[in-house]
Design a protein around this ligand. Structure first.
Ligand SMILES: Nc1ncnc2c1ncn2[C@@H]1O[C@H](COP(=O)(O)OP(=O)(O)OP(=O)(O)O)[C@@H](O)[C@H]1O
Ligand SMILES: [Mg+2]
Length: 277
């Protein structure tokens, strides 16, 4: 479907967020996200990424400006219902899990939505299956590893069937294989299950595997918003924002510079580099 025909699922209109009177975390942010998009948000520590996600999910209301979720402005009155449309994976899963077992945690949301036992069961089985947690369903949460907890937290969100998923550093602290599996799952959720994905990450080497658009924040403002290839191959601009490109992109950038072949296309991944003629 051409982008012009897709629905806007989330919109920031001139949003400012201050913490107290002196900390200006977001400064005049205007952004929109379309249904089915897969977007990464990057930026140095303290640049406003988590604040942006909190504003998207109604956990924080703007100091100035407006946030619209599925064309409805988030307000004091309706923000407690935002979770039905948008699921938020916290930076730290420990802040998100509070039931004794995996199954209880995953079914907590659907039970609170007042769904029928049959629907609850379907939702829970779906979420456990997608996150590969069937074998862990009856395990106590406090016996799980960090990576397993992250998967449970994401399963709990999927069980609520929001159309938009916002994930705050989902691969942080995961080993290489678990991280790879999670990225594959995210790609699958976006491409095959239609979830809109908005992912904050510092993991520059893997973002081209699942995202098409990248937003870079710098000191609470939008420094770049564009196609992942255009943004990640503009090394000089990334340096200005203190963002490291994928290591393979930097390698080819330096190699091309040395051999005075600066016009050559830069790869974003090892796979692309290998298949380069
Ligand atoms: N609850 C809070 N009270 C006061 N200041 C806050 C609060 N939360 C965040 N800030 C400040 O707001 C700014 C943006 O913080 P935010 O957590 O959004 O950054 P971030 O880009 O997510 O950083 P990180 O990469 O470290 O997670 C920072 O200067 C931070 O110190
Ligand atoms: Mg953060």
């Amino acid at each position: 479907m051409p982008d012009t025909e897709k629905n806007e699922v989330l919109k920031f209109d001139k949003v400012r967020i201050n913490y107290g009177s002196s900390i200006k975390a977001l400064n005049n942010i205007s952004l929109s996200f379309l249904e089915g998009e897969s977007v990464v948000i990057c930026g140095p520590n303290g640049s406003g990424k988590t604040t942006l996600l909190k504003a998207a999910t109604g956990l924080l209301l703007p100091t100035e400006g407006r946030v619209f979720l599925a064309n409805e402005e988030l307000t004091k009155k309706n923000r407690n219902n935002a979770f039905k449309k948008i699921g938020f994976l916290f930076q730290d899963s420990e802040d998100q899990l509070f039931c004794p077992t995996v199954r209880e945690d995953v079914e907590y949301g659907p039970i609170n939505q007042g769904l029928s036992p049959e629907t609850i069961n379907k939702r829970v089985e779906y979420a456990l299956h997608v996150m590969g947690l069937e074998d862990l369903a009856d395990r106590p949460i406090h016996h799980l590893s960090g990576g397993q907890k992250k998967r449970v937290a994401l399963a709990g969100i999927l069980a609520m069937k929001p159309s938009v998923l916002v994930l705050d550093e989902p691969t942080n602290g995961l080993d290489a294989q678990t991280s790879y599996d999670l990225i594959k799952t995210l790609k699958h959720l976006n491409e095959d299950h239609g979830f809109t994905l908005i992912v904050v990450t510092h993991d520059m080497n893997s973002i081209s595997q699942f995202a098409k658009r990248i937003i870079i924040l710098k000191e609470g403002t939008i420094f770049k918003d564009g196609n992942i290839r255009d943004v990640l191959t503009n090394i000089e601009a990334l340096e200005e924002a203190n963002i490291e490109p994928p290591i393979i992109t930097r390698y080819f950038y330096l190699k091309n510079k040395l051999s005075q072949e600066e016009n050559k296309t830069l790869p974003l991944s090892i796979e692309e580099a290998i298949h380069e003629p």
